[in-house]
Design a protein around this ligand. Structure first.
Ligand SMILES: Nc1ncnc2c1ncn2[C@@H]1O[C@H](COP(=O)(O)OP(=O)(O)OP(=O)(O)O)[C@@H](O)[C@H]1O
Ligand SMILES: [Mg+2]
Length: 381
């Protein structure tokens, strides 16, 4: 039901030296994930990590999307923390992108005091519920210096009317926050902060380049697609296609139970296996592709629309989330997408025992959000 190498880390021991350990916790639609990191001389040391399927807490198979009560979710998290030998008491916790709203507002250039007044008013145009029901946050997107020549800047100072500013608006439903607060209370952890999952993942899964990059987080229920430029989210898109649908289509095509399709998907993915005839191998690949091609065509649409809106090409597509661990997905993505493709390797941001290197690279994508959360938390301690 769960796996964790917490014991290995425990047996490795290794001092502590008074440093504070921190947790990143990501409760997704099908699995809960955590990592515990400790900072030592500016390095993020991986102390433990683990993942647990939520399906069994609602009498459903592994890989199924379930909606658990805060009590059930707390029970799953408690089990996971035990298996992973978690010792930390403070955590950064992710909020699903699907329970939040992220948009870029074009506003007149005003000072931050005026923004406090303007943003909640503007937000009403974007938020389909009363503004009093949500918690708002925003961030002024720094101007891209390269867009202004020195000449333009001199002109602006003297006579040209002041241009506008772009503001990244974030809204989370208060009831969602309360839900997570009650889970944290139940498991006896103190949540240092809550963060929408996409902001966590960019901290751990992206390189530091200046060129725009596109992240595709293939979860169980949904796929999150977003473009990040100079560390700032510029465009977001959510589609209700994910790993669960990949499994369902495979199960239907092969006439298998969900459990078997889930297992075969994870074990072999696009790679032919001798256990199947040539015909079956082909059928499996086509079934996986039929769902994934919907994801890839949406990604291509976002690539195109970003290119048109900002007149810039996205240099790299990064695949993350559990779906990015599908064996053979990188090659398929490379032929389907109009950009370079890499698979997220968030554990590369941490220091871990060398013998775990391959394992951590293979299972890494599912931990992008948790590692990003813990890294943010470490910077604050
Ligand atoms: N090795 C693998 N190959 C293919 N798919 C996999 C593999 N490992 C996990 N998955 C799939 O990844 C999904 C779970 O990933 P993840 O934990 O990122 O989703 P989640 O966070 O629970 O969902 P969401 O992001 O939609 O809330 C499941 O659909 C699972 O079948
Ligand atoms: Mg997820």
């Amino acid at each position: 039901m769960a796996f964790s190498l917490g014991n290995i880390f425990k047996s490795l021991g290794g001092g502590g030296g008074g440093d504070v350990s921190v947790l990143g916790i990501d409760i997704g639609a099908s699995t809960a994930k955590l990592v515990q990191l400790r900072s030592s001389r500016g390095v993020a040391i991986l102390e433990t990590y683990g993942e647990i399927a939520l399906g069994p807490y609602a009498d459903q198979p592994i890989g199924k999307v379930v909606k658990l009560s805060p009590e059930k979710a707390a029970q799953a998290l408690t089990d996971l923390m035990k298996e992973a030998n978690v010792t930390a008491k403070v955590a950064g916790v992710s909020i699903p992108f699907s329970s939040s709203l992220v948009s870029v507002l074009d506003l007149p250039k005003v000072d931050s005091e005026s923004l406090k007044r303007i943003v909640p008013i503007e937000a009403r145009k974007y938020i389909p519920v009363p503004v009093s029901d949500v918690t708002l946050d925003w961030f002024v997107i720094p101007k891209d210096e390269r867009q202004d020549s020195a000449f333009d800047q001199i002109e602006t100072k003297q006579s040209v009317p002041v241009k506008g500013q772009e503001v990244l608006l974030v809204a989370i439903h208060n009831s969602t926050l309360q839900n997570y607060q009650s889970i944290m209370q139940n498991v006896g952890l103190s949540a240092g902060f809550y963060e929408i999952e996409i902001f966590s993942a960019i901290r751990s899964a992206l390189g530091h380049g200046l060129a725009p990059q596109l992240v595709v987080d293939i979860g169980a229920a949904t796929t999150k697609i977003y473009v990040v430029e100079r560390g700032v989210v510029r465009m977001t898109h959510l589609i209700t296609v994910g790993g669960q649908q990949v499994t369902e289509t495979l199960a239907r095509t092969m006439n298998w139970e969900f459990e078997k399709a889930e297992r075969v998907k994870r074990e072999r993915g696009f790679i032919d296996a001798s256990a199947y005839s040539a015909d079956e191998n082909e059928k499996i690949k086509q079934a996986l592709l039929s769902t994934l091609s919907r994801v890839f065509s949406e990604v291509n649409r976002v690539l195109l629309s970003y290119g048109q809106r900002y007149n810039k090409n996205v240099s790299n597509v990064i695949l993350t989330g559990g779906g990015a661990s599908l064996p053979g997905i990188a090659d398929i993505a490379k032929t389907s997408l109009a950009a370079q493709v890499t698979i997220a390797d968030p554990f590369a941001r941490t220091e871990a025992p060398a013998f775990l290197g391959t394992v951590l690279r293979d299972i890494g994508p599912v931990f992008s959000v948790t590692i990003g959360l813990a890294l943010r938390r470490l910077k604050h301690d």
